[in-house]
Every structure is written in structure tokens, then in C-alpha cells.
Design a protein around this ligand. Structure first.
Ligand SMILES: *Cc1c(COP(=O)(O)O)cnc(C)c1O
Length: 397
């Protein structure tokens, strides 16, 4: 990870094809296109690999999450349950839809703790939004049961988990909707991009309209198209989709490489006393973008992180100290510092996160370290790289 590590002539040629037609927009201009529809092609590729009936490509993953919620009819006065460990885009997208983010503890899966979700359900809850962090699945059986029991929608934030699966099913395909990101740091990248997938035809149609100003896309002449409701502009461009088409054709190779690279690291670290690994509800489905482990204390985690960085190991994350991925440092959000006044219904129902107790999450996150697994590593270098990381960790324990 990320897919940009292995850009080659496939991406360059795909972009050049689009530039030759000069049609950079995904809709309209059929005669000038010469049969080239990159956004449609990437949607087809996403449907094929996910096994889902409908796929909509958008400008980014945040827009995909917002669009999925809006298309589900989720908004003002509704609550959406999300985890303490995720990228800020998760609560941003819930707020953009007008709904209230209800933040809930994670466990040693680094994803939503189903018991904590169960306790957080209220009459206002509409959606449970698990985030498949670091390329591996949440405990989807338990979360699906909770959604069924309370008649809630499951929207998977699979933005970090394109290509990963749960018990043989592509992540994003198990909920009412699933969302992906193809931003510059993700395993498959368009530079900027995202997608919503669903098996629900009406949800797809509403998402399709919402993401393009309400256009119903039922006419060749955009000016003559109808509008059921207003939307936004969350469209992707043909240039971005062209890069994505080339990248997605490499997904199998990306997964094979990452799984092999991760195995070397995991084997080397398995021999270290006092270190345990993240619990994966389905180890086989892990996309292996990260290797994540726990040490015994917060202090140990800080010294191990420092030792790894000093040894020159790239992509080391102690998420507990990270400003963007863990609730502890979301001070802007917790102190309610927003750019403009936020709708009253959203805020009035929101817990006081400045005072909230997330010690159950802290217990895991304070001791947790992830190492990013690179696509571009050479096979012959793996044993030495893995040994270097293992030696650095041992030196700090
Ligand atoms: C990357 C990411 C997003 C947002 O995707 P963008 O394409 O950057 O908008 C949302 N959720 C998670 C968990 C992410 O990692």
C-alpha cells in the first residue's frame, strides 16, 4: 500500500486515452468519446470484484459515505454509530448528511466492539457504520445480528479495505451499502476517488442522483433531465477513473504481494515475547495493508515506535498519538469548533465528547502499533527488512 507505488505505463496509457478524446467528464458528449467511458468501466470492474449489483464511482470516499447516508434517507435527528478508531472523514460524512455521530469503543479487532454497539442503540439510531480499519474486517456477524434485531441499516466504511473480504465475501458487499476510497494513500488509487456499492436498486438510484445535483441520468441531453430532489456535485472525472481502471486491474497482484510481504514481518515478530497481534475476525480475508500488534504498556509502545523509526523502518504508526485517526486527539470535534453554525438537531443530540469515557478503547489503542506493508518491496529484501524491524522492537522491550 498504496497502489501509487506500482504506477506504470498502464495508468499513463489510460490517462492518455482520455486526453486524446478530450472528454474529461463522465456524462454526456457521447459522439466525441470514441466509445471511451472510464467511470463506467471502473464501476463495472468494482461490480465484478465485489460481487455487488450496483456500483457508483464518486469524487472521494468521504462523498461516498455522505451519499450513502443521504440515499438511505438518514439525516437530521438520526443517530449513526461509528468507532473511536477511524479517519476523521467518518464523522465528517455523518455530519455532512445532517445526522449525529455516536462514537463507540473498539476492541482488540481495532473495529467496533459489538457489545458497546448494542448498548449505544437508542430509538434514534438508524445506521451502524463499522470501519474496516487497516485493511481488515470488523466482527460483521455480530454487527449484522444487532442491525437485524433493531431494524438498522449497516453501512460499511470500507474506505481502507478495498480488496479485503469477510468469510469469502468482499468487504463493502455485506451491508445495505459499502463505501470505498481511492485516494492517494489507498491500496487502489485514482489520486482522488470513491465508490458506493449496494444490492438495493432504489438506494443506488438515489445515490446516483444525489451525487450529481439530482440528475436522473435518463436522457442524452443533460439539460432535459429530470430532478426528483436536489443533490451535490460529488462526481469523479474521467481522468481519475482512467487511473483507477488501470489500478484495479492490478488488485490481485497487489493482494498477493502484500500478503507475502506481511507474512515475512509477522513470522519475524511472532518470536518476540510480550507482543501480541491484532485479532482478525477473518485472517484469510485480510488485505494485509498493515501489520498491527500490541505491547504491554503505553510507555512501551512509545519506545518501540521510536526504536522502529530510529532503525529506519518506514510507515510506523502509534495511532494513540495520531491527530487524525483516533478520538483522543480529535480536539476540534470534541470542543465543537466548527467553521460555521451546525444544525441544532445534530448538536443537541450529541454526547459531550470532551468528557466522554473511551478508556475501553484507550486500553487497546495506547498499546497498539501498526507497520505499513509496502507493495514495492523486493522479495529478496524481505528477510533483512523483517529482521531489522524485529531487532528494533526487541531492543526497546
Ligand atoms: C480514506 C478514508 C476515508 C475517506 O476517503 P477520502 O477518499 O480520502 O475522502 C473515510 N474513511 C476512512 C476509514 C478512510 O481511511
Amino acid at each position: 500500500m498504496p497502489g501509487s507505488e506500482l504506477f506504470d505505463e498502464r495508468e499513463r496509457n489510460a490517462v492518455a486515452e482520455v486526453m486524446e478524446t478530450g472528454v474529461l467528464m463522465r456524462y454526456g458528449s457521447a459522439p466525441a468519446r470514441d466509445g471511451l467511458w472510464k467511470a463506467k468501466d471502473m464501476e463495472e470492474a468494482i461490480r465484478t470484484c465485489s460481487g455487488v449489483k450496483h456500483a457508483l464511482l464518486l469524487a472521494n470516499g468521504t462523498a461516498a459515505l455522505t451519499t450513502a447516508l443521504a440515499a438511505l434517507g438518514v439525516g437530521s435527528g438520526d443517530e449513526v454509530i461509528m468507532p473511536t478508531f477511524t479517519f476523521v472523514a467518518t464523522f465528517e460524512s455523518i455530519m455532512a448528511a445532517g445526522a449525529t455521530p455516536i462514537i463507540v469503543d473498539v476492541d482488540d479487532t481495532l473495529c467496533l466492539n459489538p457489545d458497546a454497539v448494542q448498548k449505544a442503540v437508542t430509538p434514534k439510531t438508524k445506521v451502524v457504520m463499522p470501519v474496516h480499519m487497516c485493511g481488515a474486517a470488523a466482527d460483521l456477524d455480530a454487527l449484522t445480528d444487532i442491525c437485524k434485531k433493531h431494524n438498522l441499516s449497516l453501512v460499511e466504511d470500507a474506505c481502507q479495505a478495498f480488496g479485503a473480504s469477510y468469510k469469502g465475501k468482499f468487504l463493502g458487499s455485506l451491508g445495505n451499502a459499502g463505501c470505498y476510497s481511492f485516494d492517494y494513500n489507498k491500496i487502489v488509487t485514482c489520486g482522488e476517488g470513491g465508490a458506493v456499492v449496494t444490492n438495493d436498486a432504489s438506494l443506488y438510484e438515489r445515490a446516483d442522483m444525489y451525487h450529481d445535483h439530482g440528475h436522473d441520468h435518463e436522457n442524452d441531453d443533460r439539460g432535459a433531465e429530470g430532478h426528483l430532489f436536489p443533490g451535490y456535485n460529488y462526481r469523479i472525472s474521467e481522468l481519475h477513473a482512467a487511473v483507477g481502471c488501470a489500478q484495479i486491474s492490478k488488485l490481485e497482484d497487489f493482494l498477493r504481494r502484500q500478503r507475502l510481504h506481511k507474512k515475512h514481518f509477522k513470522d519475524a515478530l511472532s518470536e518476540i515475547d510480550g507482543l501480541t497481534f491484532r485479532r482478525l475476525p477473518d485472517p484469510e480475508g485480510d488485505s494485509s495493508t498493515f501489520l498491527t500488534f500490541f505491547v504491554k504498556s503505553e510507555e512501551q509502545a512509545r519506545s518501540v515506535t521510536r526504536a522502529l523509526k530510529d532503525a529506519g523502518v518506514e510507515g510506523v504508526f502509534h495511532w494513540y498519538d495520531n491527530n487524525w485517526h483516533y478520538v483522543r486527539n480529535w480536539t476540534h470535534f470534541k470542543e465543537r469548533r466548527f467553521a460555521n453554525p451546525i444544525p441544532e438537531a445534530l448538536l443537541s443530540g450529541m454526547p459531550d465528547y470532551a468528557k466522554a469515557d473511551f478508556s475501553a478503547s484507550d486500553r487497546w489503542m495506547s498499546r497498539c502499533i501498526s507497520i505499513s506493508i509496502k507493495l514495492g518491496w523486493k522479495e529478496e529484501d524481505l528477510p533483512a527488512k523483517a529482521k531489522k524491524a524485529a531487532d528494533a522492537i526487541k531492543s526497546a522491550l
